[in-house]
Ligand binder design. Structure first.
Ligand code: SAM
Length: 386
C-alpha cells in the first residue's frame, strides 16, 4: 500500500474523515524521510483534540461477531452452499418487482453479506449492482472475483449515518436493498431508513421481529424504536423465519417490505468536498432525477440540460467509499482505456464507473488543471485514493 493510502486509512479509521491534501503532503514527507513511523502518526492522531472530541461509538471497526454464512453462496449462477436464512423466497419478490423496469437499473445492496442478492440481480438484469460489505469474514471480494461479473461494484465500507447522508447528496439508485442491516446501526433506525429512502426510488426493507432475543444484534432497541413506514406507501411482501438463536427465536418471522420514495429525488452537490448547489445557486438549484420504469434522466435546472442518467457510481465516490471491486489494477486499466478528445475537466467526480467502463460527463463546465489521464492518476495518488 502506498504511503498516502495508508495515511488516508488512519484518518478514516480514527477520525472518520478524509485527510486534507496539505496534511497528506506533510505526513507523507515525514514518513518518507523516516522522521516518523506509521505508529507515530497513529499516536499523533489519537492525541489530537479532534480524536478526543469524537464520540467513540462513531468510530467503526469491523464487527466480526457474526461468522456463520448468512446467505447462500453463489458462484457463476449456481448455488454452492446454503446460508442460515432462506434467501430464495426473498429474492423472488425482488425479482418480480425489478421485472417491471424496461431499462437498466441501479441497485445498492447495503450489508450484502455473501452477496447473494447482488449476484442474482446482476445475473438477471442489465444495470449496475453495488454491494456494501466490510466484514472480511463474508469474503465478498473473493466471491466477486470468482463470479467476475462486469456489472458489480463492491464498497468495503462500514457505513454510518453520516456516510449515508453524504452518499445521498451525490448518488441516486433505482433500488436500495436494506435487508436486515438497519438494526446494525448505532444511530436511530428511523433516520437510517429515511436517508436510505431519500437516495432511491424503491427500497426493500427487512427488519428483525421485535420479539427476537439477544441473539439478534441490538434486540433491546427493536422493542423501543418502532419505525414509521406509512409515508413510504408500504407493501408487505412476505414473512421469513429469523433462523437465528434458539428454536423459538428461529421460528419468529421477519417482515419484508417494499417502500417507495414519494418525494422529489435530487443530487445536491457535485462531490463530497464542494458546496451544495442550493448554497451556491439558491433554492431549487439541485439536479432533479426524473425516473419511471421506462426511463431515467437528470434535469440540471441550473443550465438548460436534460440527459439520460448514466447508471453507475462516480469514480471519486467509489474510491472515497473504499471501492475494492473492480480492483485498483482494473481501475487503472479503465482510466488508460478512456477514449478522450479534448477533455476539459477529468476530476474523478466527472467519471461514472459501471464496472466495465468509465463514462465522461460534464466536460463543458470549466477548464480544470486535471485534464489528462496521467494528471487524473497523479491526482488520485496524491489524494491517497489510488
Ligand atoms: C444480517 S446480515 C444481512 C445480509 C443480507 N442483507 C440479507 O438480508 O440476507 C447484515 C450484514 O450487514 C453488514 N453490515 C452491518 N452494518 C453495516 C454497515 N453499517 N455498513 C455496511 N455493512 C453493514 C454486516 O457485516 C452483515 O454482513
Amino acid at each position: 500500500m502506498s504511503i498516502r493510502k495508508s495515511i488516508r486509512k488512519q484518518y478514516l479509521k480514527f477520525l472518520d474523515r478524509e485527510p486534507e491534501l496539505d496534511d497528506l503532503d506533510f505526513y507523507c514527507t515525514e514518513l518518507e524521510s523516516g522522521r516518523i513511523t506509521l505508529d507515530d502518526l497513529i499516536l499523533i492522531i489519537k492525541n489530537s483534540d479532534e480524536y478526543h472530541k469524537l464520540p467513540k461509538s462513531k468510530i467503526y471497526e469491523n464487527d466480526s461477531s457474526e461468522i456463520e454464512t448468512y446467505n447462500d453462496i453463489r458462484i457463476k449462477g449456481k448455488t454452492l452452499s446454503s446460508g442460515y436464512r432462506n434467501s430464495e423466497e426473498r429474492y423472488n419478490e425482488i425479482y418480480k418487482f425489478c421485472k417491471k423496469f424496461n431499462r437498466p437499473i441501479s441497485v445498492l445492496d447495503l450489508g450484502a453479506a455473501e452477496g447473494y442478492f447482488t449476484f442474482r440481480l446482476s445475473e438477471d438484469f442489465p444495470g449496475v449492482f453495488v454491494a456494501v460489505e466490510s466484514n472480511p469474514q463474508r469474503k465478498l471480494l473473493e466471491l466477486c472475483i470468482k463470479n467476475n461479473n462486469q456489472n458489480i461494484l463492491l464498497l468495503d465500507k462500514q457505513m454510518n449515518l453520516k456516510h449515508l447522508k453524504n452518499l445521498k447528496e451525490v448518488q441516486h439508485f433505482d433500488v436500495v436493498l436494506a435487508l436486515n442491516v438497519i438494526h446494525h446501526f448505532d444511530e436511530p433506525f428511523q433516520d437510517v431508513l429515511d436517508t436510505l429512502i431519500s437516495m432511491c426510488s424503491f427500497c426493500f426493507m427487512e427488519h428483525p421481529n421485535s420479539l427476537e432475543d439477544n441473539s439478534t444484534k441490538n434486540s433491546h432497541r427493536l422493542k423501543t424504536e418502532k419505525m414509521n413506514f406509512e409515508k413510504f406507501k408500504p407493501q408487505l411482501l412476505n414473512k421469513n423465519e429469523s433462523g437465528l438463536g434458539n428454536s423459538v427465536n428461529q421460528k419468529l418471522e421477519r417482515n419484508m417490505w417494499l417502500l417507495q420514495n414519494t418525494k422529489s429525488k435530487t443530487i445536491d452537490r457535485g462531490w463530497r468536498g464542494t458546496s451544495k448547489y442550493r448554497d451556491q445557486f439558491g433554492l431549487d438549484a439541485e439536479i432533479k432525477i426524473q425516473s419511471d420504469f421506462n426511463e431515467i434522466n437528470v434535469n440540471y435546472g441550473l443550465r438548460n440540460e436534460k440527459r439520460n442518467w448514466i447508471q453507475g457510481v462516480d469514480l471519486r465516490t467509489f474510491l472515497e467509499y473504499n471501492g475494492v471491486y473492480p480492483t485498483t489494477e482494473k481501475i487503472i486499466n479503465l482510466i488508460d482505456e478512456l477514449e478522450i478528445d479534448n477533455a476539459q475537466d477529468l476530476g474523478p467526480h466527472n467519471l461514472i464507473l459501471n464496472g466495465k467502463k468509465l463514462f465522461l460527463i460534464d466536460q463543458n463546465d470549466k477548464l480544470d488543471d486535471v485534464n489528462t489521464k496521467e494528471k487524473l492518476k497523479d491526482f488520485l495518488k496524491q489524494s491517497g485514493l489510488l
